[in-house]
Design a binder for this molecule. Structure first.
Ligand code: AKB
Length: 319
């Protein structure tokens, strides 16, 4: 990875991934790609190059790749699961037509490509407990349909054209920097904002509904470790299960109460989010990621909770 383009650099994962890549590879080697209306600001803008890079415009992506001599693309352009249900055509246009544009540019310019999949690529008929790496993938959401297609199209470009495509299946990503927008796992971020502000939290997901989650530093590390992995060790290329945390709302609530004993939570279940959550795994089996590229998370629930609450206290002026 000499010159890297991050597409979606102002989003939840993109904003922190761009900063981490700049720390590791040098500011001038990481281009923050953005779309109109979501331009980088502050440190993201000032610390390195940025360029408009809309995945729906193949020519624009090609120009940026040539201009900055890009050899690696992190493609983080996507709608999250709940939004994708209300805008299915747009979800397809960004997630799949956009991916096709990127893969073609990558083929022509010899770039490696990381395009994340998700726990959303699974569905109700998938085994939910220790979901295997290679198993049934029949999702019932448009988000899931785009994620399975992402894995298949990326694998196709690898086998057919030799494009070095790699990806993980992200759990719900938790961070205190840029909030997610429109996902099923968003409650696990929101709950920390409410706890920090000293407000009661109304949870849209039913007690006992477990989903895979991951803290941002581990998610970033996974994305970079996989792209740096020795290709001769990789049996799989796209859609690696990465497990880290797995919990339901009552468990994260109890973890927060260890630090904020007065924090209160009630339930008001959102049927759309609940239906999606129930169709996803309780916990994935990530043996292949551990064997093929040494994946290992570092945070457990309580160490994440402490870190989240400390940083949010500063961010929200509660310290
Ligand atoms: C969502 O909830 O849509 C995402 C995901 C798990 O892919 N956070």
């Amino acid at each position: 990875m000499k010159n890297i383009l991050v597409i979606g650099s102002t989003g939840q994962i993109g904003s922190e991934l761009t900063r981490e890549l700049r720390n590791r590879y040098g500011n001038e080697h990481v281009v923050a790609g953005f779309i109109k209306g979501a331009e980088p600001k502050g440190e993201l803008l000032e610390s390195g190059p940025s360029a408009e890079a809309d995945v729906t415009n193949a020519e624009m992506i090609s120009d940026v790749v040539k201009r900055y001599d890009i050899d690696t693309i992190y493609n983080l352009a996507a709608l999250l699961s709940v939004v994708a249900e209300s805008k299915p055509r747009l979800a397809w246009k960004i997630g799949i037509d956009g991916l096709w544009n990127i893969l073609e540019v990558a083929r022509e310019n010899h770039c490696a490509v990381f395009t994340p999949s998700s726990i959303g690529s699974f569905g109700p008929s998938t085994p939910h407990d220790h979901t295997p790496q290679d198993t049934i993938q029949r999702p019932t959401t448009m988000y899931g349909v785009t994620k399975v297609t992402t894995e298949l199209l990326s694998d196709y470009y690898f086998h057919k054209y030799g494009v070095d495509t790699r990806s993980v299946r992200f759990p719900g990503v938790i961070s205190y920097v840029t909030p997610p927008g429109g996902g099923t796992t968003d409650y696990a971020v929101d709950i920390y904002y409410y706890a920090t502000r000293g407000e009661k939290f109304t949870c849209p997901i039913k007690e006992g509904t477990r989903m895979d989650m991951i803290y941002m530093p581990d998610a970033l590390n996974a994305s970079i470790m996989l792209m740096e992995a020795d290709p001769t060790r990789l049996v799989h290329h796209n859609g690696f299960n990465i497990a880290s945390l797995s919990f339901g709302p009552e468990t994260v609530y109890q973890s927060i109460r260890k630090y904020k004993p007065d924090f209160e939570m009630v339930y008001d279940v959102d049927p759309l989010k609940q239906g999606i959550a129930e169709s996803w795994p309780d916990i994935m089996d990530d043996t292949c990621a551990r064997q093929e590229w040494d994946w290992k998370p570092t945070y457990d629930l309580d160490t994440m909770t402490r870190d989240m609450l400390e940083h949010l206290a500063v961010k929200l002026g509660k310290k």
